[in-house]
Design a protein around this ligand. Structure first.
Ligand SMILES: Nc1ncnc2c1ncn2[C@@H]1O[C@H](COP(=O)(O)OP(=O)(O)OP(=O)(O)O)[C@@H](O)[C@H]1O
Ligand SMILES: [Mg+2]
Length: 399
């Protein structure tokens, strides 16, 4: 996608989101204010996503924005503003601006704007969008990694009808394989890992379908199949998976080996999962050191703290200080429902859809698809949209 950004000051949060989300795009910065937008500029003329970082809305070149949108009806235009959005929404809509983002919410909202622009463009060109890889790794054994990965995969498939693959790469214990299903089918990664002619349908055939839109690819059930699996073989599976699924979740073992390193290299985002107890902090620091040694960008790593609310926890702020980063998400403790779900071999969302933990997973799923929250969790008593203080106004018809 051709992305052009008009921004005089190139604020760090804008640079971070674009570096993180537009890695494969053609990104052009025009370091000017939005007072005069040159729509005949060769870069602007080819733009598919135009981002206008507008310091002073009074000075915005509205007529140029309108002309751009008339000439490029397939493009997406997004406006970043400071102050009262409501005042300019109507005007923005009239000139074809698709998204208006409050500067204070820039980091969260722009992600969804970029995601939707990619999807729109892919749909226009008839290209299936390429799936994203998310890996989940425990900072220490028993963090809840497999449980969260499996249940998030299911929640995402159910609530958003996204095609989700859950790849269980815990070759020793395969917990994720049993957290959301009691299907005893022997189909597994072992059936396809050595195939050189793998395609989407044969990958799907090796999986167990769970719910409306989640597929589970189990770790090999016998050790002979698991021995000798190479990173290149795994790479092959991931490449086919990204063509066939929209989201690929990989549940990793705590032990780092060439297989997990290959998965993390290929991942768009890595979620280290921890709890607020000292051994988990040490585990998180160990992973952070490794990520640094591998030169992974900070934006690729999103630490999630699980089982929040237990009384013995160390205060979150202290841990964030020790790790020199902020937690990406805080997931509540819900021992009763988690245990009930595991014991019944069913996804948590089926057992306790109104529980706090299901709600947290629904929010996480919303975040992954860049959508407003309130509409997507029918059982929620809360306005999730309000909870997140979303301020993006999706503007143009068909947005
Ligand atoms: N938010 C939660 N509230 C209550 N219990 C939880 C929560 N998350 C996970 N658990 C429980 O924690 C236990 C361990 O979870 P899980 O197997 O997912 O951990 P893991 O990090 O994958 O560990 P391993 O290192 O063995 O792979 C499970 O019994 C699960 O029910
Ligand atoms: Mg696990």
């Amino acid at each position: 996608m051709n992305v052009t950004v008009y921004s005089l000051h190139k604020p760090p949060e804008l640079r971070t989101v674009l570096a993180e989300r537009c890695g494969a795009d053609q990104l052009v910065w025009i370091e000017k204010s939005c007072e005069r937008i040159d729509i005949d500029h060769p870069e602007v003329a080819q733009t598919e996503l135009l981002i206008l970082d507008c310091q002073d809305v009074e000075a915005l070149d509205w007529s140029a924005v309108e002309l751009f949108n008339l000439r490029h009806p397939q493009a997406t235009t997004a406006l970043i503003l400071t102050g009262d959005l409501d005042r300019v929404l109507m005007q923005a809509m009239r000139v074809g601006v698709r998204d208006v983002i409050a500067r204070a919410e820039l980091a969260q909202e722009l992600v969804g704007v970029i995601e939707r622009a990619h999807i729109r463009l892919a749909a226009i060109h008839g290209i299936p969008s390429v799936g994203k890889i998310f890996s989940f790794i425990p900072c220490k054994g028993g963090s809840g990694t497999s449980f969260l990965a499996a249940n998030l995969a299911y929640t995402l498939g159910e609530l958003h009808h996204k095609k989700v693959l859950l790849l269980d790469l815990d070759l020793q214990f395969s917990d994720a394989s049993f957290y959301i299903t009691d299907d005893a089918s022997p189909r597994s990664l072992g059936d396809i890992i050595r195939r050189t002619d793998l395609d989407g349908p044969s990958l799907e055939n090796a999986c167990i379908k769970i719910g409306k839109s989640t597929w589970l690819l189990r770790a090999p059930s016998n050790p002979e199949q698991a021995i000798g699996v190479t990173p290149d073989q795994l790479d092959g599976i991931l490449s086919v998976a990204t063509q066939h699924f929209e989201f690929i979740f990989v549940d990793l073992e705590r032990t780092l080996d060439p297989l997990s390193l290959r998965v993390m290299d290929r991942s768009d985002t890595i979620y280290p999962i921890m709890q607020t107890v000292l051994p988990f902090v040490r585990g998180a620091q160990r992973l952070q050191r490794m990520f640094r040694a591998l030169h992974y960008p900070e934006s690729k790593i999103r630490i999630v703290v699980n089982r929040q609310g237990k009384t013995e926890d160390i205060p979150l702020g202290k841990i964030e200080e020790a790790l020199q980063t902020q937690f990406h998400l805080k997931i509540p403790n819900d021992f009763v429902n988690a245990t009930a779900a595991i014991n019944s071999g069913k996804p948590l969302y089926e057992i306790a859809p109104r529980g706090e933990l299901s709600l947290a997973l629904a929010l996480w799923a919303d975040q992954l698809v860049g959508k407003r929250s309130a509409s997507t969790h029918p059982n929620s008593r809360f306005s999730l949209g309000e909870a997140w203080g979303r301020v993006v106004r999706r503007m143009a018809p068909g947005a």
